[in-house]
Ligand binder design. Structure first.
Ligand SMILES: *Cc1c(COP(=O)(O)O)cnc(C)c1O
Length: 404
């Protein structure tokens, strides 16, 4: 077989559909977020980033950076092994205590990323619980879908955020089967928020275990950054809360929290936890500093919310259509893969604004978009520049405006 031409053919398919991914080659500058340098065809350009998942700019927070630097000086670069074989550093233990406290749970378990935490935990639960049937929200993240698929457990997909559909689907399953309901709080592409209370009530009625991905909410919602479940006073209603240290916390890593027995069970059986080198202690130290900072400080959350409101207002005035939601995510709807890519390229080349286009399979075909995530550190000038640039582009491309 001619492997090279096979690869080339597959890549050409993506180009034709306008969904070949091109990474922006960025150099972030600590202290200057959301500004960065972009390397492109041998040249350097200043850009302002409008699509970062470092939602609060914690990646350049001084406490976080100091904690990481100090931890390297004190403990060295790497963890030294898997958690089981010499890799458990005291910093990991402290971070797990910090996370359990954040979500009001008995225990927490660290993974190398949020993706791995979902994949490993759901695989282990769904494959080991007796006759497990998994109820998965239709819009769940790839990491959950892959974990459930890998478990080979039976799966029922319920309509997005639809607890009535979930109730109906749960009713149809043998009461003796173990049941697991997996969903997210803030869905990152539409920015809509799950009816957590209703879903938990339904799950409880049917004796199902609940698994909530709060990746796009931790650090951002709740008085201590515990997520939507904290904000709504529902943390104790959920069996397993999963999160990332890589988005609002600005570092890297993933975790689950739950009862001590549940975490011990995953710790003891999950291949994706056991057979991989533990996070460097410096990452764990940075994460602790970030979590502690956001447990105390509301400034980042308040300032972010103000900026989100300002961007929305600007877009409304300019008649640029965006999807309404109750979160910090602003999806500007384009509805065509090639157009979304073109707008993004043009914003970057002509206006030094970086917003990555979001295309299929991340979102459904026909709902392609620019996903804007204002941070606490964007200035009024940044916001005005974004809105004016989008407005000019909308005219140039004769895109439909929405009359307020
Ligand atoms: C990004 C993301 C993850 C994965 O988290 P990482 O720490 O980036 O691996 C999991 N769930 C959702 C909903 C995400 O958007």
């Amino acid at each position: 077989m001619d492997f090279e031409s096979f690869f080339q053919g597959k890549l050409e398919d993506l180009h034709e559909e306008g969904r070949y991914r091109v990474f922006a080659d960025l150099e972030r500058h600590a202290g200057q977020f959301p500004r960065a340098t972009r390397y492109f065809e041998g040249e350097k350009r200043d850009v302002s980033i409008w699509c970062s998942n470092d939602y609060l700019g914690m990646g350049q927070n001084k406490n976080v950076m100091d904690a990481m630097k100090n931890a390297i000086d004190a403990h060295g670069a790497g963890a030294g092994g898997t958690r089981n074989i010499s890799g458990t550093n005291h910093t990991h233990v402290l971070l797990e205590e910090e996370l359990a406290d954040l979500h009001g749970k008995e225990a927490a378990l660290l993974f190398t990323s949020g993706y791995v935490s979902n994949w490993a935990s759901l695989t282990t639960l769904a494959s080991m619980l007796p006759n497990c049937v998994v109820f998965s929200d239709a819009d769940n993240h790839a990491s959950m879908i892959e974990g459930i698929r890998h478990s080979k457990a039976e799966k029922r997909i319920f309509k997005h955020n639809d607890w009535k559909d979930l109730d109906e689907k749960l009713s149809k399953v043998d009461p003796d089967c173990a049941k697991l309901v997996a969903f997210e709080s803030v869905y990152s592409m539409d920015g809509d928020i799950a009816p957590i209370k209703e879903i938990c009530e339904i799950a409880k009625k049917h004796g199902a275990l609940t698994y909530l991905d709060e990746v796009h909410a931790v650090g951002l919602y709740g008085p201590r950054g515990g997520g939507i479940a904290e904000e709504r006073g529902l943390m104790d209603q959920i069996d397993i809360i999963e999160g990332t240290l890589g988005k609002a916390f600005g570092v890297m890593g993933g975790y689950i929290t739950g009862t001590a027995k549940l975490c011990d069970f995953i710790r003891s059986y999950a291949s994706g936890f056991i057979f991989t080198t533990a996070l460097p202690p410096a990452l764990a130290a940075g994460a602790i500093a970030s979590i502690q900072h956001l447990k105390e400080s509301n400034w980042e959350r308040m300032q972010q919310r103000k900026n989100v409101a300002k961007v929305r207002k600007g877009l409304e005035k300019a008649g640029i259509p965006y999807m309404k939601n109750d979160s910090h995510i602003i999806p500007v709807m384009v509805g065509d893969a090639k157009k979304a890519k073109f707008l993004s390229d043009y914003l970057l080349d002509k206006y030094n604004i970086y917003v990555q286009p979001i295309n299929y399979p991340t979102v459904a075909k026909g709902t392609e978009r620019l996903r804007i995530t204002p941070s606490p550190l964007h200035t009024q000038e940044d916001i005005d520049h974004l809105v004016t640039s989008l407005s000019e582009l909308w005219s140039q491309c004769a895109l439909a405006r929405q009359v307020a």
